[in-house]
Design a protein around this ligand. Structure first.
Ligand SMILES: Cc1cc2nc3c(=O)[nH]c(=O)nc-3n(C[C@H](O)[C@H](O)[C@H](O)COP(=O)(O)OP(=O)(O)OC[C@H]3O[C@@H](n4cnc5c(N)ncnc54)[C@H](O)[C@@H]3O)c2cc1C
Length: 141
């Protein structure tokens, strides 16, 4: 749901630990920073909160999280195989590694810092279940 912003807040001459440009997925970074005690400002250019993220299906594919019915380690290793098969050399390997290394912690952070509750969309297949590491039962939440 797209929410209209409250009246604009001027932020002239403000010093913060983290400035997030745009109120989409960057809000997760803002939440994590706020939880760590950092001061944060989210600067949004429109009168609405959420960007494409607010209009999305809200589904996330984050292997290794506690939402999925599997132990963390083998789940992440299998997902790494799948990412390798699907993404290949089309993106820097470090991004995939960071995604796999920190995904579960990110989901746990969202559970701690928001009222959101998640569930496994069992049967919502991975887009390429035929690839190595792919799953017909899916890993989407
Ligand atoms: C209909 C639809 C359904 C989708 N469903 C899914 C799904 O289920 N699962 C999934 O993983 N992905 C889904 N996606 C894709 C996903 O929504 C996007 O990839 C994701 O939301 C992009 O996040 P973002 O933070 O990069 O951008 P956004 O969420 O668009 O956030 C960017 C924000 O930055 C603001 N902004 C831009 N420039 C500036 C500036 N100069 N100064 C200040 N603010 C600025 C914008 O106004 C916007 O609010 C879907 C996409 C669509 C369109």
């Amino acid at each position: 749901m797209v929410k209209k912003m409250p009246p604009l807040v001027p932020a002239h001459d403000t010093i913060v630990d983290l400035l997030v440009i745009g109120s989409g997925t960057g809000m997760s970074a803002a939440l994590a920073a706020h939880e760590l005690g950092l001061s944060v400002v989210i600067a949004e250019k429109t009168a609405y909160v959420g960007g494409s993220t607010a209009r999305s299906g809200g589904a996330f594919w984050i292997p290794g999280s506690s939402i999925l019915p599997e132990p963390h380690e083998p789940g992440v290793a299998e997902a790494a195989t799948y990412l390798g098969a699907v993404v290949g050399d089309s993106a820097p390997a470090e991004r995939g590694t960071a995604f796999l290394d920190h995904g579960a912690d990110t989901v746990a952070m969202l559970q701690r810092t928001t009222p959101m509750r998640f569930f496994w969309a069992e049967g919502y297949s991975d887009y390429h279940p035929e690839k190595p590491g792919g799953r017909a039962a899916g890993r989407t939440c």
